[in-house]
Design a protein around this ligand. Structure first.
Ligand code: NAD
Length: 353
């Protein structure tokens, strides 16, 4: 059963680690290292069953392979899960034990933050291994860099649909005014776009609208709000059978992970004549930031690389049009070509300084 699950998705290695003294139970999945060492965050989550944890880590690590390849990074895809309730289990001792587990993989897997693990946790993990990024001595908060990448992706989509990269006068609805949504709304407004913002936190929306030249829309009306670009920056699954018929936009391009409830919704958007920028392509700024931290580079360099997301997305949109397929399928093909054509690389990371 376990071998079947691993074979199905073509993983290279799945490692289980336990440490009875601290209660650590971790699974590290290395999906593909053709382009370089695998990189991906550690999710700390109270899964109902161990099968659920395995399924999650296999799915997430495979997604990281595509994300890194589609971002032109010299990295492969990996991910880790620590099984259990972080409120009860997360201790310095457990995180140190986890750091030793990561170190044991000798650089084939580099870890970072994810759901229920943060910068402080990575600093503890770093005591035991060099193969951890996303610490406070890294390149800082990735969210504005993610937003900058989404901005460049929106420009690429606008160029394709309206024949201009300029966002001046472009009507954009930003769903979710969190770390990324807020930075995106600001960058769009600063560049002359007509921005409408929405969040379930009404006080936050009101305070933001007081300080910026933006309109607001109630969260329940966000999908039917007429606009050029709908930018989902809150939660996953918001593009689904219920919302697609409501959408009054030409482009869906935002930071949220797993925007499509199901893969078939990429085709459904295409049938509606809506250009969809695949989430993992357009939101790669966060990954680019931690990759730069690991591979060596500056925050400015990360901003520059995030700005190149638009060019890559343009290439994928053109490819999709030529092949009469979805941009999602074109993005996957782009990533797979990079992996297939990879020169032989050292799959083991060199410890960061
Ligand atoms: P965040 O938690 O800072 O912000 C999310 C915001 O969405 C919050 O303000 C929340 O109130 C709001 N929200 C939640 N549900 C909502 C709903 N139904 N309608 C409207 N608003 C709602 O998160 P973030 O870091 O800004 O990330 C946003 C999305 O982008 C997430 O899906 C995240 O996985 C993805 N992402 C983030 C980064 C990054 O660098 N932070 C990188 C890649 C992908």
């Amino acid at each position: 059963m376990v071998f079947d699950s691993i074979d199905d998705r073509g993983h290279e290695q799945v490692s289980y680690f336990t440490d009875p003294e601290t209660g650590l139970k971790a699974i590290v999945a290395i999906h593909d290292t053709a382009l370089g060492p695998s990189l991906g965050g550690t999710r700390f989550y109270d899964y109902e069953t161990e099968d659920d944890a395995l399924e999650d880590v296999l799915r997430l690590s495979e997604a990281m392979t595509y994300k890194a390849a589609a971002a032109d990074l010299p990295l492969g895809g990996g991910k880790a899960v620590i099984v259990g309730n972080p409120e009860e289990l997360k201790t310095e001792d457990l995180l140190e034990a986890y750091g030793r587990a990561v170190d044991h993989l000798g650089g084939r897997y580099i870890t970072s933050v994810d759901v229920n693990t943060g910068v402080e946790d990575m600093e503890i993990v770093r005591r035991e291994t060099d193969y951890a990024v996303g610490t406070s001595d890294g390149l800082g908060n990735p969210s504005p860099i993610t937003a900058h990448g989404v901005f460049s992706g929106i420009q690429a989509c606008a160029d394709h649909v309206y024949g201009t990269e300029s966002v001046e006068g472009l009507e954009v609805v930003v769903q979710g005014l969190g770390k990324v949504g807020q930075a995106l709304a600001e960058e769009l407004a600063d560049n002359g776009a007509e921005v409408t913002v929405s969040d379930i936190d009404e006080d936050h929306v009101a305070a933001f609208a007081d300080e910026h030249d933006v309109d607001t829309v109630a969260p329940e009306n966000v999908y039917e709000e007429p606009c050029d670009v709908f930018a989902p920056c809150a939660v996953g699954g918001v593009v689904n059978d219920d919302t697609i018929p409501q959408l009054e936009c030409d482009i869906v391009a935002g930071a949220a992970n797993n925007v499509l409830a199901e893969r078939r919704h990429a085709e459904a958007l295409r049938e509606e004549g809506i250009v969809y920028a695949p989430d993992y392509v357009i939101n790669a700024g966060g990954l680019i930031t931690v990759a730069k931290e690991y591979l060596g580079g500056t925050r400015e360099g990360a901003f520059d690389e995030a700005a190149a997301i638009g060019d890559r997305l343009s290439e994928m949109i053109d490819r999709a049009e030529r092949q009469d397929t979805t941009v999602l399928a074109a993005a996957e093909e782009y990533a797979e070509e990079r992996i297939e054509n990879a020169e032989s690389v050292d799959e083991t990371a060199v410890p960061a300084e």
